[in-house]
Ligand binder design. Structure first.
Ligand SMILES: [Mg+2]
Ligand SMILES: [Zn+2]
Length: 190
């Protein structure tokens, strides 16, 4: 069962912060210069902000789940300095080719599968069909399509490359330069 509220589901790496590959050290967290302002605008419009992120580095044994959570606390602290708050973080620690037995499997939550948003919708009273997904990969667009949300592809991270390599059956509703432009686009439509 889904809820009632519109929300913005945000990819993490390449969307909120620079994509540094597998982020395995807190010193590598690098917010884009526009991230705080963009999030503030969305938040002021009353839109819950929910991060949805694939972190297969856990299954691959590059870092622990505790480290992923620590990363999100560190990110929260940086955002709080700008007066911005993420409502919730949902991450997928799995990967079929992983090394850790508990995590090396097919799951329902690795984007573009809908598990992360399904859980968020239940726990936070969110309606994906009224919501937006912002990300830099076709997997984010696929996730949006899987849950009936509107897909915004950003050109940061790997987005510019994705834009030049279309995927059959996947189409973002709009492609924009970065999260700031994504926020402006969403604010005109929510
Ligand atoms: Mg990304
Ligand atoms: Zn998963």
């Amino acid at each position: 069962m889904s809820g009632t509220r519109a929300a913005v589901f945000l990819d993490r790496d390449g969307t909120l912060i620079e994509d540094v590959g597998y982020l395995d050290d807190l010193s590598r967290i690098a917010l884009y210069p526009w991230t705080i302002d963009a999030l503030r605008g969305l938040s002021r419009a009353g839109l819950p902000l929910v991060v949805v992120t694939n972190q297969s580095g856990v299954a691959r044994r590059y870092f622990s789940e505790a480290f992923v959570q620590e990363t999100h606390r560190a990110l929260d602290a940086r955002l709080a300095e700008g007066g911005v708050r993420i409502d919730a973080y949902y991450y997928c620690p799995h990967h079929p080719d992983g090394k850790l037995p508990d995590y090396a499997r097919e799951c329902d939550c690795r984007k573009p599968r809908p598990g992360l948003i399904d859980r968020a919708a239940r726990e936070l009273d969110l309606d994906p069909a009224r919501s937006f997904v912002v990300g830099d990969k076709w997997g984010d667009v696929g996730l949006a399509q899987a849950v009936g949300a509107r897909a915004v592809l950003v050109r940061t991270g790997t987005g510019a490359i994705a834009e030049r390599q279309p995927r059959a059956g996947l189409a973002a509703e709009v492609v924009v330069d970065n999260l700031a432009a994504a926020a402006s686009w969403i604010l005109m439509r929510c």
